[in-house]
Write a protein that binds this ligand. Structure first.
Ligand SMILES: [Zn+2]
Ligand SMILES: [Zn+2]
Length: 167
């Protein structure tokens, strides 16, 4: 079978049986960087829809509605928070980015930052390093430091990965 590409991958994830998706996720753990991502996202997602509903009810007042179908929870590539598919509210705090991938991938090294003053090895410009040393990085569009990742500089809609390549 030929390899799937771009949006086909997103479609395949949506239609594949859960066992297949589990096998793929497990295989992806062979890559250290990807494994860290998977662990982070798994820990963010509620394990059950009941838990999701409860966490929503704690934060919103109009939460007493009964559901007919279980909501589909996605992870936003802009703010890395879980959100309900179809949620069009402007509640995503993020830094707009060029490449439409996770915020840590968009940061750039701030060589002028005092943060690196006592750094005597080469700066390791990887998503992992960006995440652990956010003060040494900035978001290219607004120039804010990486530690402002949660505050963002823009409010918008959450966005799930759509499989399209960055432009
Ligand atoms: Zn920004
Ligand atoms: Zn978001």
């Amino acid at each position: 079978m030929p390899d799937l590409e771009d949006e086909q991958i997103v479609q395949a994830i949506a239609s594949a049986p859960s066992g297949t998706v589990r096998s793929v996720l497990r295989a992806l753990c062979a890559d250290e960087e990807t494994k860290l991502c998977i662990g982070r996202f798994l820990s963010q997602l509620p394990l059950t829809y009941e838990e999701w509903d409860q966490s929503r009810q704690a934060s919103s007042s109009s939460a007493s509605r009964k559901r007919k179908t279980a909501p589909q929870i996605e992870i936003c590539v802009q703010c890395e928070s879980p959100f309900e598919k179809g949620d069009e509210s402007l509640t995503c705090r993020h830094h707009p980015c060029e490449f439409h991938v996770f915020p840590t991938y968009d940061m750039e090294v701030d060589f002028d930052s005092d943060f690196w003053a006592d750094w005597d090895v080469e700066i390791d410009d990887t998503p992992c390093c960006r995440e652990t040393n956010p003060d040494g990085f900035t978001f290219p569009r607004c120039g804010e430091t990486g530690s402002s990742v949660d505050e963002g500089c823009t409010m918008g809609k959450h966005r799930a990965a759509d499989g399209k390549r960055g432009k």
